[in-house]
Design a binder for this molecule. Structure first.
Ligand SMILES: Nc1ncnc2c1ncn2[C@@H]1O[C@H](COP(=O)(O)OP(=O)(O)OP(=O)(O)O)[C@@H](O)[C@H]1O
Ligand SMILES: [Mg+2]
Length: 470
């Protein structure tokens, strides 16, 4: 039982709350140093560790394990309250509440990460060892002024995360991707690979953003939203491209919201993050090899399998290898309307990256044949970029205008044209919409989807230009 194991670990902790109370006003005199980095062992952390030890000595673990999580919390809070009172009236009521909350948080669930996970303004949690924690709020990083009470406590939290997804993390398997029951994606890397202590990165998906939410957040304007909606509804194959953390999965999810309810959708991901709202969705997740190196199921296996599942749409979280070719072939053989993301810094990069990834397949297709596949499969590329103000923006929507084995030729449909940054560091720019090529406009029109308001100007290229600011 996890609690018993935790109790064992906690008995290793040293000191007592009495020592702590003498130290309450100062920092620990023997600040430890770890590989040149100071480790914060402050009085509050020590107190948490020490009360934690007292708590597990005091409670009946067998009995506690029979309670549900809410009752466990109430019981632990009550015991902690007694323990703190027993140590004398040294703490203010605020300090008392803080210490009770921290000790109980550590004893249950994901410890000090729990309140961060409950905070809707936090979009990412980054733990760099036990005493160095950052969170991202509104695109900006903030360092927390507290940490785990010890490296052991951090490892216990990690154990709880990976146990929930039937994975393990230790020296022989030091990197793990997992998912919390509430959907958050977690990456864990532990020593010896992580030099300064176990690193945990949790990406939160508070509530899936819709296209309108993203418009409200300034990621793109209403006209771009309308254009993207028309493309998804008309079953064009759309590739969402962007660097790490630029919002690819978020946009993919929002775009998928435009797929009609009556279609059968198969989603394929390494770690299931998409939260589709349609009633008819089959979610597939790849599987890493087991301890003996067996049993791996790749994205590629799943793409191939999905073709036999009568999908109306296939959505692949991200293509990273040979599965790209299977995906392109699927798009070219009747599975249109597919959505996929790829890691690339601009739209040209995205097509050449697709070419490189497709070439990783064991089929060894000549490059010209790959280009043929991409030219006929990919209709739209949506480029995401994180601008200097931390905002995630759609900076380009382009269509693949080249055909057959021609060199790639992209035509922009929309571009965010940024002005040079001023001293206030506010990102300003204009959304420029371009004329939709006739063949594409016909496909959209025939599918009954209105295009954004169309106001051609003299040079024939620019439809409209609007000022937007961050
Ligand atoms: N337009 C947006 N405005 C504000 N926050 C956003 C926006 N898009 C995404 N986010 C937030 O940014 C974080 C990263 O988003 P997301 O996972 O979609 O990026 P990604 O490009 O798929 O990342 P990765 O390359 O790691 O797969 C998430 O916490 C998400 O909620
Ligand atoms: Mg992603």
């Amino acid at each position: 039982m996890a609690l018993l194991r935790r109790a064992e670990n906690n008995r290793i902790a040293q000191g007592s709350p009495a020592d702590h109370q003498q130290e309450n006003t100062g920092t620990h005199p023997q600040r430890r140093r770890r590989r040149g980095r100071p480790q914060r062992v402050n009085a509050a952390d020590r107190a948490v560790a020490e009360y934690h030890q007292l708590l597990v000595e005091e409670i009946n673990l067998e009995e506690l394990s029979r309670l549900d999580p809410a009752q466990q919390r109430v019981r632990l809070e009550r015991v902690m309250s007694h323990l703190v009172s027993r140590q004398g009236p040294v703490l203010t009521s605020r300090e008392r509440q803080t210490i009770i909350r921290r000790v109980v948080d550590e004893a249950l669930g994901l410890g000090i990460l729990e309140p961060l996970l409950a905070d809707p303004s936090v979009t990412e949690i980054m733990v760099n060892g036990p005493d160095d924690i950052y969170v991202e709020r509104s695109g900006r990083l903030e360092k927390l002024d507290y940490g785990f009470s010890s490296a052991g406590q951090l490892m216990q939290t990690i154990d709880r995360i990976v146990a929930g997804v039937n994975r393990r993390v230790d020296e022989s398997s030091p990197m793990v991707d997992a998912r919390l029951p509430t959907g958050e994606r977690v990456n864990i890397i532990v020593p010896p690979l992580a030099l300064d202590g176990a690193a945990v990165t949790i990406r939160r998906f508070p509530t899936p953003f819709t296209l309108d939410d993203l418009v409200d957040k300034g990621s793109f304007d209403q006209a771009t939203s309308q254009l993207l909606t028309a493309c998804v509804k008309a079953r064009l194959n759309v590739v969402v491209s962007g660097g790490t953390g630029t919002g690819k999965t978020t946009l993919l999810n929002a775009l998928s919201g435009q797929i009609p309810d009556e279609e059968r959708i198969v989603t394929i991901e390494d770690s299931a993050e998409l939260q589709l709202q349609q009633p008819h969705v089959i979610r597939l997740e790849s599987r890493p090899p087991n301890v003996e190196g067996k049993g791996q199921i790749t994205i590629r296996d799943l793409v191939r399998n999905s073709l036999r599942m009568r999908p109306d749409r296939i959505i692949v979280g991200e293509v990273r290898g040979g599965e790209t070719l299977d995906m392109l072939q699927a798009m070219n053989t009747g599975h249109d309307g597919s959505l996929v993301t790829v890691h690339a810094n601009n739209t040209e990069d995205a097509v050449s990256r697709l070419e490189t990834l497709a070439s990783m397949s064991e089929l060894n297709m000549p490059y010209q044949a790959l280009r043929d596949q991409i030219n006929s499969a990919v209709d739209i590329i949506v480029q995401l970029t994180r601008t200097a103000d931390g905002a995630r923006r759609v900076t380009e929507v382009a269509t693949v205008a080249s055909r057959g084995r021609e060199e790639f030729l992209l035509r922009p449909l929309m571009r965010f044209e940024q002005e040079p940054l001023q001293s206030d560091r506010v990102v300003r720019g204009a959304v420029r919409l371009y004329e939709v090529p006739a063949a594409l406009a016909d496909r959209l029109w025939l599918a009954g989807n209105p295009l954004p308001e169309f106001v051609p100007v003299e040079d024939g290229a620019v439809c409209r230009q609007r000022e937007v600011t961050a």
